[in-house]
Design a binder for this molecule. Structure first.
Ligand SMILES: [Zn+2]
Length: 414
């Protein structure tokens, strides 16, 4: 029997509660007791002392198959030059990095060849270390849409790098194909992404029959649906049709946030990736005046939508888009800091990255420190309630998955 006790100054449970001077008991990878002050572990027990104990974090929007390359052309080149096995093997190193930062579960929303489904299997089988994964395989998009962009040479033959669907029947087939491949969740692209005409910031790509068919089919197969969208009335349509999460969603109107709250549709605002555009040179991103204007308007709208959604009681979840212009793992902690900048308290930001995210990802056994849950834990040297940035230094974190401490590839050296 493998038993251990964590004795800590404070335990942040993930559900909004905090226990001072707490003890958490783990047996064979599960939490079997949470005690307040006064409880003393038996003598000779395996005991770990520390400052703050939290559930492992959950990032609901990552791309483990992407490297985080900033330069737009480099990003495109790596997708066309790497084989699927090579992408999957590289993704394994990003998965390890993600886990080392205390992110013990992720939802991957598009990978060429659907390779993150295979990585999920490899992690579950214990071949390689990494977080728990929910994966969509390939994101679905209309021909020429957000995830099926043109601009390739005539000689380039792309296979399974994008998955275009046109018309309700093809959308149903697209959903079925991803589920057959092993997808846990379906990703759809409702409308165009960035770098569009700023005067029309949210151009609808899927028509109503396609939206309804995709969501209906996914739900029939008991899969949730995540929608990439910049916002606008299309989101309202999709939420009415039963959409499970809005990704990015810069432009959300009052009706939309009310609908989201009523229909239990989660909001994954991905603040970090939007802010990231302003930290890198426009030239590297191949941006023109139009796209810069679009990004500036989107930035303004993003903070407004977050405020509205938070006020309306929409469930907010952390998602980073890590891999797309952003590093794996660390970005999650930046996202929590930005959620606080957007009006959430530290406890609310932590819940967005733990308990609420676990709900969205259908991981009932993780996301909070309660008896019976899996012991995915992070022991923090510092108090994130005083300063959430304490999480942005890997040396402040000790990470446990299934109750076992995660070893660092660099040996934990400074
Ligand atoms: Zn994404």
């Amino acid at each position: 029997m493998n038993e251990m006790y964590f004795v800590v100054k404070r335990l942040i449970a993930g559900d909004g509660s905090v226990l001072e001077n707490a003890v958490l008991q783990v047996q064979n990878g599960r939490i079997i007791g949470v005690f307040q002050s006064g409880f003393t572990p038996p003598e000779n027990a395996n005991t770990i002392h520390g400052e703050t104990l939290l559930p492992g974090w959950i990032d609901a929007h990552v791309h483990l198959a992407y490297s985080g390359a900033i330069e737009a052309r480099a990003f495109r080149a790596e997708a066309s030059e790497m084989s699927y096995p090579k992408l999957a093997l590289r993704a394994a190193s990003y998965a390890r990095e993600t886990l080392e930062w205390g992110v013990t579960a992720v939802r991957d929303l598009n990978a060429p060849g659907g390779v993150i489904i295979d990585l999920r299997e490899a992690i579950n089988a214990g071949y390689v270390p990494g977080p728990r994964i929910r994966a969509c395989g390939l994101g679905l998009s209309v021909t020429g849409g957000h995830m099926d962009k043109g601009g390739w040479g005539d000689h380039v033959a792309l296979r399974d790098m994008t998955y275009p669907c046109d018309g309700a029947l093809e959308w149903r087939a697209g959903v079925r194909t991803q589920v057959k491949r092993g997808a846990d969740v379906i990703k759809i692209n409702l409308c165009g992404g960035s770098f569009r005409d700023w005067q029309h910031p949210y151009k609808q790509e899927m028509d109503q029959s396609e939206i309804m068919a995709a969501i209906d089919e996914a739900h029939r197969l008991e899969k949730r649906v995540a929608a990439h969208t910049s916002g606008g009335p299309t989101v309202n349509l999709a939420v009415k049709a039963g959409l499970d999460s809005v990704e990015h969603g810069r432009w959300l109107d009052d009706e939309c946030v009310d609908l989201m709250a009523e229909n239990n549709c989660y909001y994954v605002p991905t603040l970090r990736v939007q802010e990231n555009h302003f930290e890198h040179s426009w030239a590297a991103q191949n941006a023109n005046a139009n796209s810069i204007k679009w990004l500036e308007l989107g930035r303004e709208a993003m903070w407004e939508s977050l405020t509205k959604a938070h006020k309306a009681g929409v469930k907010i979840v952390t998602g980073t888009d890590a891999g797309f212009m952003l590093p794996h793992g660390l970005s999650n902690h930046h996202e929590m800091e930005l959620l606080m900048h957007g009006g959430l308290t530290a406890l609310e930001a932590i819940s967005a990255a733990t308990k609420t995210a676990a709900e969205l990802l259908d991981f009932p056994d993780i996301g909070s420190l309660e008896t019976g849950k899996i012991a995915d834990l992070v022991l923090v040297n510092g108090n994130p309630l005083d300063d959430i940035r304490v999480l942005q230094n890997k040396n402040n974190l000790r990470v446990f998955k299934d109750g076992l401490e995660v070893s660092r590839a660099d040996g934990g050296l400074l």
